[in-house]
Design a protein around this ligand. Structure first.
Ligand SMILES: [Zn+2]
Ligand SMILES: [Zn+2]
Length: 361
């Protein structure tokens, strides 16, 4: 066992009771008609208009705002699972570093080796676990398969996933307190001395996103004190781009910074806040951060007229399924969830669960 693999297992051994063994959490649904629990593997119908969530295909309401939520089959057979797990782990290293450069990847390697050892016992692997707490072996026996199966099944959906397919497995790995303390418990997550109103996960996602998508324009709706705005502009600069952030708020802050334009505007009158001639002039690709939670439907309808393929849209800090469902249902295939980012730190460990989108076409 490699040093980092040993470290990962040491941590697991010390914290067995608290270690999540279920990436997907309890995200099953209950049928609005018959009350039956609907497993994640089962396809169901959701109605955005009346909130109906039905276990059968026949409609129970006359609304048009219905969508098919395709079930999520888990890959369970070790013969299929183990090679796929090794492939996805290698992909997660971007072909640039080794699995043992990450303690999580190292721990995951042990889980895979454990599953492999159950099929083909190895004395080397047995020696690695020799002298360990019996609780650790019990934990691995009960959960290693589940952890590997859930992650591989998520990865098998592909990186870019239709919104309704993601919502069929709606849920997130972090619990409530972990989610909110990740925004800072002894102080907010800050950039250049200003609060960003971001979680540690979203703070870490920002440079990954900017570096990969290379946005020429970042449009932010909801500025607060401007910490996040500064972060976006500085990240553009650090990625070799010209900083260019347009940030709109009903009460924008009063400081100046290279590449940032603060606009006074109201999302309820978005066509005045971000007028057509302004949007037409902004170079693509865009990264749009919706963080005002006002008139999201109208904002998206307005911006959709100007977005292009490879633009990104992130809807933060609000559960917007009743708005996003009809919006995407009316535009099949146009936007997809980028699960590389939503799941970077665990299934939906972000303030934008299932709400980081790339325009595909
Ligand atoms: Zn039912
Ligand atoms: Zn309905």
């Amino acid at each position: 066992m490699k040093a980092t693999e040993k470290q990962a297992i040491d941590w697991l051994e010390r914290s067995l009771a608290k270690s999540p063994a279920d990436f997907l959490g309890s995200n099953g649904s209950t049928c609005s008609r018959c009350g039956r629990a609907i497993p994640t593997a089962e396809t169901r119908i959701r109605c955005f208009e009346c909130g109906g969530d039905l276990c059968a295909y026949e409609p129970a309401c006359n609304h048009k705002q219905r969508s098919l939520y395709r079930g999520f089959p888990l890959i369970e057979d070790p013969a299929e699972l183990i090679p796929l797990a090794r492939k996805h782990l290698a992909d997660a290293c971007y072909d640039r570093f080794h699995v043992n450069d990450s303690i999580w990847f190292s721990g995951f390697t042990v889980f895979i080796n454990y599953l492999e050892n159950r099929v083909t016992p190895s004395t080397e692997f047995a020696a690695d676990l020799d002298g360990r707490s019996p609780d650790l072996v019990t934990w691995l026996d009960a959960h290693a398969h589940n952890v590997v199966s859930q992650w591989v099944s998520l990865k098998q959906m592909g990186r870019f996933v239709e919104y309704t397919d993601r919502r069929a497995i709606a849920g997130n790995l972090p619990d409530f307190f972990t989610s909110i303390t990740a925004q800072g418990m002894n102080g907010p997550v800050m950039w250049a001395g200003r609060p960003t109103m971001r979680s540690v996960w979203d703070f870490a996602l920002a440079p990954l996103i900017v570096n990969e998508i290379q946005p020429k324009t970042i449009i932010e709706l909801g500025t607060a004190s401007g910490g996040g705005t500064l972060l976006w502009a500085d990240l553009q600069k650090l990625s070799g781009l010209t900083p260019h952030v347009v940030s709109m708020d009903i009460d924008p802050p009063e400081f100046e910074h290279e590449g940032i334009t603060f606009l006074r505007g109201d999302s309820n009158r978005i066509d005045e806040g971000l007028p057509d001639d302004l949007l037409t002039s902004l170079p693509h690709p865009w990264l749009i951060i919706e963080d005002a939670h006002v008139n999201i439907s109208g904002v998206l309808e307005h911006l959709d007229r100007f977005t292009q393929a490879l633009d990104y849209l992130i809807v933060e800090d609000v559960e917007a399924e009743s708005t996003l469902g009809p919006f995407f249902a009316a535009r099949p295939g146009r936007y997809q969830v980028d699960t590389l980012f939503t799941d970077y730190f665990g299934h939906n460990a972000t303030c934008a669960p299932d709400q980081i989108f790339r325009r595909a076409q």
